[in-house]
Design a protein around this ligand. Structure first.
Ligand code: G3I
Length: 373
């Protein structure tokens, strides 16, 4: 019942307000719909790559021409011990992408989260010295990028390095190496695969402080003659953030560096914004805040969600000359990280396909609009 109520609400509500998806284009492969605009794809997870969700893989094969590894290539997963790699899941991911002719993206080489615990630490649990970290970064990046040379076409080299005020995140990489950890990571990645595209990636890229620092970083990398091809705007957005004009200003600022812009982790929460710091236990009606729609979105919420996502996609389309790729951060709502963030046990509806594996109405509207052009 849960799945049917979800799709019935969405299709009916959206149709009812004159944004009906037209069936003749609603089912067109998205890679054809956006052909000539940007590549369109999703993140895929270990469960899907292992073949445990054939419906999800059917969607990926039909609709997408690019995929990115949600978790299997992060250092904590692929290089869990200093002298041990866990290649199998990443191999399956890369092989799936290559077998299906996709633009395969590796995520991510240098990130403070899901970082292999041993990576920045010595035997006593203290930060290693700069030389040791440089060697470890180089060895890790050469091993991972080198293994998939020619197969992985682009890499999120550094992820989430800058905080909102534009200063460097106090990650182990920054604490030990200072700002140099970023050029070093790009240098090592290029050494390992000179033909791979290299990206820097972050969330909250609409925020002026972060935007300005990334423009500086990218221009610095270029002035040093280091390869950087793209700036990734993750685009984990919600119904009330970010201001789309701010997002577009950042998109255009990044494009002005001469880099490609890519939307790397698109999802839009349909739920009320909850702060991680808020103690939801104190809230009068915690359920209403944490998991208000466990059995499907009410028509008006689904309609609002589809309308805002339509606005966001129209923003991307009018900037498509500067955008090379749009990846949603998951195939269908049920697999989204947003079901457990910022608090666990939510039922969110942030992606292009619902838990019923059906495309959401805004895509039919968008397909029809593009078909007319
Ligand atoms: O692999 C272990 C498994 O062995 C264990 O049984 C299970 C127990 O819960 O945890 C599994 O690890 C989980 C991992 O995803 C793989 O599924 C972690 O608990 C979980 O925290 C982790 O969440 C990922 C999150 O990054 C970690 O920060 C999400 O799936 C992933 O979507 C999310 O993706 C990040 C991007 O990489 C960077 N941008 C932000 C985005 C959202 O945080």
């Amino acid at each position: 019942m849960k799945k049917i109520s979800n799709i019935v609400f969405s299709a009916f509500a959206f149709a009812a307000v004159g944004c009906a998806s037209t069936t003749d284009t609603a089912d067109a492969p998205l890679k054809d719909v956006f052909d000539g605009k940007f590549m369109i794809g999703s993140a895929v997870n270990a469960h899907q790559i292992a073949g445990h969700d054939s419906l999800a893989l059917d969607i990926v094969k039909k609709h997408f021409n690019t995929i990115v590894a949600e978790n299997v290539m992060k250092s904590g997963e692929i290089h869990p011990l200093k002298d041990a790699y866990n290649w199998a899941p990443a191999d399956s991911f890369v092989n799936f992408g290559c077998d299906n002719g996709m633009f395969v993206v590796g995520h991510c080489l240098v990130w403070h989260s899901q970082l292999a615990p041993w990576f920045p630490l010595d035997a006593d649990g203290k930060y290693v010295c700069a030389d040791t970290l440089r060697c470890r970064m180089r060895d890790h990046i050469h091993a991972v990028v080198g293994r998939y040379k020619g197969k992985v076409k682009g890499w999120d080299v550094v992820n989430e390095a800058i905080v909102e005020d534009g200063s460097y995140r106090k990650s182990p990489f920054y604490e030990i190496l200072g700002e140099e950890f970023i050029p070093l990571a790009f240098e090592y990645a290029h050494e390992a695969d000179p033909d791979a595209e290299l990206y820097i990636n972050d969330y909250g890229m609409n925020v002026a402080g972060r935007r300005d620092t990334y423009v500086k970083i990218v221009n610095d990398l270029k002035s040093r003659g280091l390869r950087i091809d793209g700036i990734g705007m993750q685009a984990h957005i919600g119904m009330d953030y970010p201001d789309l004009a701010e997002f577009e200003e950042s998109l255009q600022a990044f494009a002005s560096t001469g880099c490609k812009v890519m939307i790397t982790e698109l999802d839009m929460s349909a739920l009320p914004t909850v702060s991680r710091s808020a103690n939801v236990a104190d809230m009068v009606d915690m359920k209403q805040v944490v998991d208000p729609y466990p059995d499907g979105l009410p028509a008006e919420v689904s309609d609002e969600w589809n309308a805002r996502m339509l606005d966001f996609m129209r923003l991307l389309l009018r900037n498509s000359d500067n955008i090379s790729r749009v990846n949603v951060w998951g195939v269908e709502d049920g697999c989204s990280w947003k079901n457990n963030f910022p608090v666990r046990g939510r039922t969110d509806y942030p992606l292009f396909f619902g838990r019923d594996y059906q495309m959401k109405p805004f895509l039919g509207t968008l397909s029809a609009e593009l078909a007319k052009k």
